[in-house]
Design a protein. Structure first.
Length: 300
């Protein structure tokens, strides 16, 4: 790989389940997740996750991970990233967190906007040279974790029916094949700062190691669970990314960074009243103490 940042190939895949407008920038790729289950209804020029070596048919369980697997097995970009049709990472450097970050509070974990327009994305650092120059400093970039009123483990067992069994099987697999991750696993599971959305950008070498580790663990859990429930693997992978990021931080040999994510409330009709949604985020800012109190009240 040469020193000229523009000679490096950057591919950021945006998982979607409908034919969206073509992304504004040439390094962004809309890709249909779970295409094997809907192949006859997808436009012929739409990029799909059922090409080559793929697990597209597992999309009901693996969610956007079928796109991650497709990119792992069938592409050769120097840097790879993964977003959702409604969620992107902001590459605005003023909100970047790395090991030298010394402020008491983290930046907001996400901001809410309406659509991913070219003007908005440009304001958030969407320039190939900017993104690759960041990745040359930080070969792994994740999202800023969100402070929650419960630990990762408590969130797991509250939101997933098989959570306790999944926890035990992940721990078992780590002991068998990846004992160096056990300390990070225990630390992250007891943390109240959670990584959401399976969103990141990585250098190819790190991405390959991450996917080998991730899919090996998921296959082990699947093989030993008496019952699998839709979305289980995708949600479990969110926790596993947090374990992987915690390991990277603890191990210390790879520079890392974290950036906020952008939620596009009007994409796909996800929010009927954007003004109310925006006001709610103003009163209860993402990652704030007030938002945590609200979550505790709603959770009961």
């Amino acid at each position: 790989m040469g020193d000229d940042s523009l000679s490096s190939k950057l591919a950021i895949y945006i998982s979607c389940s409908a034919t969206n407008d073509k992304p504004t920038f040439p390094f962004l790729y809309n890709i249909y997740a779970g295409a094997a289950l809907n192949n006859n209804t997808i436009d012929s020029d739409t990029l799909k996750d059922n090409i080559g070596d793929n697990i597209s048919e597992k999309n009901p369980y693996y969610c956007e991970l079928t796109v991650h697997y497709y990119a792992w097995k069938n592409t050769n970009a120097d840097y790879l990233g993964f977003f959702h049709s409604r969620r992107y990472i902001s590459f605005n450097r003023q909100n970047l967190v790395d090991k030298s970050y010394s402020k008491r509070k983290l930046p907001k974990p996400y901001i809410v906007k309406d659509f991913p327009t070219k003007e908005l994305l440009e304001k958030n650092g969407y320039d190939k040279e900017n993104i690759i120059s960041l990745l040359k400093i930080y070969p792994i970039i994740g999202v800023i974790p969100e402070k929650m009123p419960e630990t990762t483990y408590e969130h797991l067992i509250r939101t997933q029916k098989n959570g306790k069994t999944e926890f035990k099987l992940i721990e078992e697999k780590l002991k068998l094949n990846y004992p160096e991750f056990l300390s990070a696993f225990n630390e992250y599971m007891s943390s109240r700062y959670l990584y959401f959305c399976n969103m990141y950008v990585m250098h190819r070498d790190i991405f390959d190691k991450y996917c080998s580790w991730l899919f090996d663990i998921l296959e082990y859990v699947d093989a030993n669970m008496p019952q699998r429930i839709e979305r289980d693997d995708g949600m479990m992978a969110e926790r596993l990314f947090g374990v992987f990021m915690t390991y990277i931080k603890k191990e210390g040999s790879i520079n890392w960074a974290e950036l906020p994510r952008i939620h596009f409330a009007k994409v796909g009709g996800t929010t009927k009243n954007f003004s109310c949604n925006k006001l709610g985020n103003l009163i209860f800012p993402p990652g704030s103490f007030r938002r945590n109190i609200l979550r505790k009240i709603v959770k009961g």
